[in-house]
Unconditional design. Structure first.
Length: 319
């Protein structure tokens, strides 16, 4: 596969995962603040911006401004419309490599979002708009798995999706857990319980968590579930396993040597999660642990480019 094609498939998947994550967090925020005071709502707005790693160019004074910045502000490269437009453009560049159904779905999602105006979303039901974006992203994932050969290109799509997911969930956990460290969000308070439930719902994890731990929401158990559960798709552990599986598929398809830096980095990260215990992680410091996860993912991203996309052509000719 041409490195150009791999690059576009990888970023198409990353941008769609980012858009779905953003839509989920905005929808959760709008539902979360219904019963909160203005002061608490303002704190939640700042927390959401931090969770998405976005620093707005101008102050965000209310939820209307927040939704505009995160959804329709095209000068923000991480805004929802920007992510979906970037995903569609990457898909267009490799139109011959993806199925007709995949192209139709990403194009339909792009047109639906671009036909929507901020005033209309705010006046109607914002939740329905963000649900449409989430459903569109989930449908694209299902169509991809059902209509595309599970070869090299498909593995690059999986790699992009799960690398982005690890980065997003780690950033979300870091921001939310720092807020939970404040006295007003103590797990023993109603605000703390609501914040923990909100964190689980932000990762579509409340029902899955309840099946493992019952509905008794505790900070330690929430952290353990979202970090280390190997079966839940939005846990960091699950996403890292899927990411390594995608890299293994790429290595097999390209006959690459698994001693390359990208495979070593992914293997070390997988081993770290396979043998980690939640008590050890908490004792060592959650913020530093989550920062380390994000840094390792950035290293894997760079190594993917070095090995599979932006490599010197002389290296391949010499093989």
């Amino acid at each position: 596969m041409l490195s150009r094609v791999a690059d576009h498939l990888y970023w198409m998947s990353r941008y769609l995962e980012r858009a779905e994550h953003t839509a989920r967090l905005i929808g959760m925020h709008l539902n979360f603040i219904l019963d909160q005071s203005n002061g608490a709502a303002g704190q939640r707005r700042q927390l959401l911006l931090k969770s998405l790693h976005i620093v707005p160019k101008s102050p965000v004074s209310d939820d209307y401004d927040l939704v505009e910045v995160l959804t329709f502000n095209r000068t923000n490269p991480n805004a929802l419309v920007s992510c979906i437009a970037a995903a569609r453009e990457n898909a267009r560049q490799v139109r011959e490599q993806i199925s007709t159904e995949m192209w139709g779905q990403v194009n339909q999602l792009f047109l639906a979002v671009n036909a929507t105006q901020m005033s209309r979303v705010w006046a109607d039901q914002p939740y329905e708009f963000y649900q449409m974006v989430k459903n569109g992203s989930h449908l694209f994932q299902g169509i991809t798995d059902s209509t595309m050969s599970h070869g090299q290109g498909w593995h690059f799509i999986q790699l992009g999706r799960f690398l982005e997911r690890v980065m997003c969930v780690a950033q979300l956990l870091d921001a939310e857990l720092q807020a939970l460290a404040q006295d007003r969000y103590s797990p023993s308070t109603a605000a703390g319980q609501l914040a923990l439930i909100g964190l689980l719902r932000s990762c579509t994890a409340f029902e899955a968590y309840s099946k493992v731990y019952t509905a008794n929401v505790q900070r330690r158990q929430v952290v353990e579930f979202l970090l280390l559960n190997p079966e839940f798709p939005h846990s960091i552990s699950f996403a890292i396993r899927a990411m390594q599986s995608a890299l293994d598929g790429i290595a097999t398809a390209t006959d690459s040597h698994k001693g390359a830096r990208v495979f070593r980095l992914a293997g070390r990260l997988r081993a770290q999660f396979d043998y980690s215990q939640i008590d050890e992680i908490i004792a060592a410091g959650l913020p530093s642990y989550l920062t380390d996860v994000r840094e390792r993912c950035s290293q894997i991203h760079d190594a993917v480019y070095e090995t599979c996309i932006d490599y010197p052509i002389e290296e391949k000719l010499a093989q």
